[in-house]
Design a protein around this ligand. Structure first.
Ligand code: DX5
Ligand code: ZN
Length: 222
């Protein structure tokens, strides 16, 4: 049964020496999507993994692979991530001048297309693409690293995006500093999908952590 609130463990906080095992573990622990952070050392000051790693991880879970591209340019790599088994591909509005083209490309490969906004980007960047996106990912930290502090002023942005969306079937995903403490706030503001890295992986109790975040998130609906 798909959950009402989506919890997407970010494998950025996993042990990279045993990624396949970690993906199986967060799947079994109740994660709804597997969030994969791709960084290029150019768009963001960190480097992670590419499409070959995504391809090798694919057989380890049947859950949707939610691939968050923090790379510029992104267009030359979209097909490779689609072929590697991504189900959802998110690009940053700030990563290039042709966001509309990037979204069209992702959908042309039969994948769900999303836009992410860094903390300093206004929700108005979505105005002319909102009818083309499947999901919107609001960054509540500056992208590049796990374990950063949640930026509370982003709640206002989530709220504004929820309003912009109206009755369109667009998911609002939040990424960065999501924990038991902040989950209710982002859900209250309008998010339905929560990415969590350190809050899931920190002490090894993946199932307990996912359940606790989900429970806290649900309280934001009350
Ligand atoms: C940061 C990544 C996040 C990161 C979140 O640039 O996009 O997905 O893993 O980590 P936490 O949940 O620890 O803030
Ligand atoms: Zn991410």
């Amino acid at each position: 049964m798909p959950h009402d609130i989506i919890i997407a463990p970010s494998i950025l906080s996993a042990d990279f020496a045993k990624l396949g095992e970690e993906v199986r573990a967060v799947d079994k622990a109740g994660g709804d999507w597997i969030h994969v952070d791709v960084m290029d050392g150019h768009f963001v000051p960190n480097i992670t993994i590419g499409p070959d790693v995504v391809k090798d991880l694919r057989p380890h879970s049947k859950k949707p692979f939610d691939v968050h591209l923090m790379i510029a340019p992104c267009d030359p790599y979209l097909e490779a991530f689609a072929n590697a088994g991504a189900d959802m591909i998110t690009v940053h509005a700030e990563s290039g001048p042709h966001l509309d083209r990037s979204l069209q490309l992702i959908q042309s490969f039969g994948k769900k297309a999303g836009v992410s906004l860094t903390p300093s980007t206004s929700e108005t960047a979505l105005e002319y693409v909102i009818d083309k996106v499947d999901h919107i990912l609001v960054m509540t930290v500056n992208p590049g690293f796990g374990g950063q502090t949640f930026l509370h002023e982003q709640l206002r942005k989530i709220h504004a995006i929820k309003k912009m969306i109206g009755d369109r079937p667009i998911q609002i995903e939040v990424d960065g500093g999501v924990s038991v403490g902040t989950a209710p706030l982002v859900v209250e503001a309008g998010a339905n999908a929560l990415v969590a890295g350190s809050a899931v992986f920190e002490d090894g109790a993946y199932a307990d952590n996912i359940a606790a975040i989900r429970k806290a998130a649900m309280s934001g609906r009350a």
